[in-house]
Design a protein around this ligand. Structure first.
Ligand code: TRP
Length: 361
């Protein structure tokens, strides 16, 4: 049986938020604790973060430790998952360099996620080459570890597709070497992409519509109480819409029947609450207070663990350093297999030189 190897990661451009939690962190911890995977790599993608933050290296540097704290707080365990820093694995650059020959500019231009990101950042023609080609470097991230499972949000699907194409081409040209990865999407449809507090399509640092895992209980409450709801639901007695209403979408993602018996026993479940809201007679404040209680069930233990880990930052760095050493060994092994397949490891494989010597005899 083939090994089951997971790789995933995050750009350290800010603290991680609830969108990251439902979209990936929660799942990662479950996968880690299932014991079903042979190797798990969690990468802090600082080099990728620099592709559109090159003038802001301090931001990236500071957020490496914030993201590491978020990981530990959520329950990622260095005994079970190798957490590491992308820039500490130079082999990834070398791999990317060879992969660049296997991808056309036209193909990169078609990547829908990169397309949207270019628009969001108003890059137009001034797009950094490194940013434009980050899907290729992401293929290196994945293939270096022979990962066959990549748990990510749907916005990352084009990167996995691109990786599969690169693997396919590489193996076709140079012989079976690399492993084709499969994407593993979040299982709850509401968790695929958590919308922002303002109802915008995505929780995103740049839109300022996030609840961070590092937010205090007071911050969270303030943010929940000022969330967007149905703009036509003006008076309590008005009928309200639950569809497209961020408060209800969050409840779909986070609440369960136990939350109702604990915090809002006059309703059995979300269906009953929704029906009342739609009929009219249920105010936003009551629903928001309930949502705040529900979110705290998730956030409180994370917040407490984060505070604990942040008391010993040197240990967090030690953990990342160890992880990076382990990750680098694996990447070196894969790179050496790639060079073997490409027959460019001239000084390790004497036969490559002997072949040339023969030509001159
Ligand atoms: N692009 C991912 C993000 O935006 C981060 C990332 C970099 C990644 N390399 C990866 C994710 C490899 C999965 C696999 O968050």
């Amino acid at each position: 049986m083939d090994k089951k190897i997971i790789l995933t990661g995050d750009r350290p451009t800010g603290c991680l938020h609830l969108g990251h939690y439902v979209g990936s962190l929660k799942r990662r911890v479950e996968l880690q604790n299932s014991g079903k995977y042979d190797e798990i790599y969690i990468m802090i993608a600082d080099a990728q973060a620099l592709t559109d933050n090159m003038e802001n290296p301090e931001k990236v540097r500071q957020n490496i430790v914030e993201v590491a704290l978020d990981y530990l707080a959520c329950g990622l365990d260095p005994e079970k998952s190798t957490m590491f820093i992308q820039s500490q694995i130079p082999e990834l650059c070398e791999m990317s360099f060879y992969y660049m020959n296997l991808v056309t500019v036209a193909r990169l231009k078609r990547n829908p996620t990169v397309k949207t990101e270019i628009q969001m950042r108003n890059f137009e023609e001034r797009i950094p080459v490194g940013f434009f080609t980050y899907p290729i470097s992401q293929a290196a991230d994945i293939t270096a570890f022979k990962a066959n499972i990549v748990p990510v949000g749907e916005d990352q699907a084009p990167m996995i597709e691109q990786t599969r194409e690169i693997v396919h081409r590489f193996n076709h040209v140079y012989g079976e070497t690399l492993v084709e990865p499969d994407i593993m999407l979040p299982d709850n449809q509401y968790c695929m992409r958590l919308l922002g507090l303002d109802g915008k399509a995505k929780m995103s640092k740049s839109l300022g519509n996030c609840i961070y895992l590092s937010d205090t209980a007071e911050d969270v409450k303030k943010k929940v109480m000022s969330m967007f709801t149905d703009p036509d639901h003006l008076r309590v007695e008005d009928p309200g819409k639950t569809e497209g209403n961020p408060v209800f979408i969050y409840l779909e993602a986070f609440s369960n029947d136990e939350h109702f018996s604990k915090y809002l026993p006059e309703y059995k479940n979300l269906e009953e609450l929704k029906a009342h809201y739609e009929r009219g007679g249920l105010g936003d404040v009551k629903v928001k207070k309930f949502l705040n209680n529900v979110l705290e069930e998730t956030l409180k233990p994370i917040r407490e663990r984060r505070t604990e880990f942040s008391k010993d930052i040197p240990s967090v760095y030690k953990m990342l350093e160890k992880g990076s050493i382990v990750a680098r060994k694996k990447a070196q092994q894969t790179l050496s297999e790639m060079k073997n397949a490409m027959k460019i490891n001239y000084f390790d494989d004497r036969s490559l030189i002997d072949e040339q010597i023969k030509r001159f005899q």
